[in-house]
Design a binder for this molecule. Structure first.
Ligand code: ADP
Length: 268
């Protein structure tokens, strides 16, 4: 609580008044704290790849450039760290665009099955490298009203995570079904999309924090798979912009399932 004393000017001869204002600022403070934490995190995340690029460039200039093999491996690191920096900047811009609601969603009917088919096709090479099988289980003629680009970001992110966090020879599956839910006597149809994998799983204690920005169960593993730690927070935002929900079920060593529910038709 913050206390403010505000003098009330009087235009006649009566004694001047004083107004006592008690304002609950906890929500404002919480928002401020979250914002400055985010800025601190962003700076830290950006500094890491920049430091690597600088360090390896300096070592090259100091003489390592004369040994072709060392030079090549250092240049490769510089290239990878620059890519990482690019992805980070892209994700941060994306998040800020979503949060400031600068680009409203463009809803259109989407044939979910062929939409998912195209995504699995796109991910085929990535999955094949790890001998991971990709499976689709969705009915024909399932149309959903969504923003096609954003829906693509949602499912692609979840599928890519599935591939990243699943060891060689595993399986990543996307399944879509229609579910009915009762809302005050009215039945509403939703689409439930489940992305499951036979991967490393997520420890129970980390599950509640998995959708937070920059939260990673294992920083080193996420780094080596090229992750920014922002994917799931972007996914959650985009699902909410579609008036949907997302949750996750996971068992360490067995696998994870991300479950999204989206309204079949958007209420304008
Ligand atoms: P990242 O870029 O690190 O993958 P995300 O926001 O997409 O960031 O995910 C946050 C963290 O959640 C990951 O670092 C990882 O620890 C965990 N995670 C996400 N998806 C999966 C999955 N399918 N299996 C196991 N862990 C996962």
């Amino acid at each position: 609580l913050e206390l403010h004393l505000v003098p009330i000017p009087m235009d006649d001869d009566t004694a001047p008044g004083l107004l006592l204002v008690l304002q609950d600022v906890s929500a404002i403070r919480r928002l401020e704290r979250m914002r400055s934490e985010f800025v601190a995190n962003v700076s830290h995340e950006l500094k890491t790849p920049v430091a690597a690029v600088k360090g390896f460039a300096e070592t090259l200039l100091a003489g390592a450039v004369n040994d072709p093999e060392t030079a090549r491996s250092f240049l490769k690191i510089i290239q990878e760290e620059s890519d990482r920096l690019n992805r980070l900047i892209g994700d941060i811009l994306e998040l800020s665009k979503i949060e400031s609601r600068r680009s409203p969603l463009q809803f259109s009917p989407i044939d979910l099955r062929s939409f998912l088919e195209r995504q699995l096709e796109f991910l085929g090479t990535e999955a094949a490298k790890k001998e991971i099988s990709l499976e689709l289980d969705a009915p024909e003629e399932l149309f959903i009203e969504a923003d096609e680009d954003r829906l693509g970001q949602i499912t692609l992110n979840l599928l890519q995570n599935g591939i990243s966090y699943t060891p060689e020879g595993g399986r990543v599956r996307v399944k879509a079904i229609i579910v009915e839910s009762e809302d005050g006597g009215d039945f509403e149809e939703h689409v439930r999309i489940m992305v499951s994998d036979t991967g490393i799983g997520i420890p129970k204690k980390d599950l509640p924090r998995i959708f937070e920005r920059f939260y990673r169960v294992d920083k080193a593993r996420s780094r080596s798979s090229g992750g920014t730690g922002l994917g799931l927070s972007i996914v959650k935002h985009l699902v909410e912009l579609h008036h949907g929900t997302i949750r996750v079920e996971s068992t360490v060593g067995v696998g994870s399932t991300f479950v999204i529910e989206l309204p079949l038709i958007q209420d304008y």
